[in-house]
Every structure is written in C-alpha cells, then in structure tokens.
Design a protein around this ligand. Sequence first.
Ligand SMILES: [Ca+2]
Length: 215
Amino acid sequence: MCIRDRTGNDTTDVLDWTISDTTDSITITGLSLIRDTLYNTYIKAIDLAQNESAIQNTDGIYFDDSFPVVNKIDPDFYADTSQFLSVLSNDTIQLKFNRPIYSYDVQASSNVDSNFSYTHGYDDSVISIIIDNILSSYDTITLVLDSVTAYNTLTLTDTIQFFSSLWADLNNDYDITVEDILLFNQNWPETDLGPFTDHPPHVRPQPDGCLLLIF
Ligand SMILES: [Ca+2]
C-alpha cells in the first residue's frame, strides 16, 4: 500500500509502496501528516508469481489533529459583567464548541443551593445545561466538563464558573455599594426589589410590582 497527499492538484507520496505482513489489516505509524489535508490510500495485491492486481484507492480522509475548544459561552460574565444567570426565572447555560462533539460528561454544582438540579443536552456543537431551579442571588455555578471528545478522538477537560445576579446590584459591578443606593434613589419609583426570601446576599426575590418603603 501507499499513501498520497491529494490536496489541490499536486500529489505527493507520504508513504511509498509498503508490504503488509497480513492480508487483514496494516497499521502505519510515524507519519508526518498536515492538518486539513486530504490523504488517499492505495492498495494492490501481488501473488507468489509477482503478478500485480489493479490498484484500488480510498475516497480519502482529511487529517485533523485540532482539539475541541469552547468558542462561545452564554452567559459570558468575563466578557460582559452584566451577563449573569437569572434569579427570576429558569436559565440555561450554553457552550458552543469549535467542532461537533461525539461524547462528553458534564457536572454542575451550586455554591448556595444543595438541591441544585439540572438537565443537559447536545445539538449542533452546543452543550446546553438547563437549570431546573430558580437560582438565588449571588450564586456561583461551577461546571466541570470532562472527556469532551471530538470525532477525531481528541478530548477537552475544563472547569467554567457562572454567576447569578447579585440582587440590588443596580450598576452591574457585582458589589453592593452606596452607588447602588444612589441609583435606587435616582430611579425611584421604577426599581422593584421586593419582596424576597432567604438572607442577603443569597436572597430569592419575587418582585410584585408593588413599591413600598418598609423600615
Ligand atoms: Ca453595584
């Protein structure tokens, strides 16, 4: 058998005719292949009298040694500090990869909620984590990706953190300061922050559209 680089109009032998020890299979190692290059394999049979058969060739395969990586994260707190997970409705985390994924394992946990639960699914290079609970304020969701395997069998393992909104952080700096109180006063009576349950900063707001100041 031999292997040729068939990308473009040129062809280059990357492996000259090689005799296989068996008629079932042959494993070739140590090839220096170039990514995204089409390689064809050619085979011919030779009998004991040295008669050669016609040459057969494969349709070709593209060599691909690039690892799967996360291209896009939603919500992306680090790219835009206003991108939090919702504390008012169920939210979804999406991870878009640079390539289709064959298999993966994912585990998610909440820093606050021991009853945190989720489901996950995969479609079109995107892993979605659908959060079952409504998160409390100022929660950290840690996502552990394990053995994310692309079709070329290369894998990715990564840990990514996501953050729920900090309730009453009106200027999106993920801190409660006098500036937030100032904004609350300036926007009065447009900002509805209550009522809520649980204790700050991990409150669970259920704003009712009713604007009262309770002292
Ligand atoms: Ca703030």
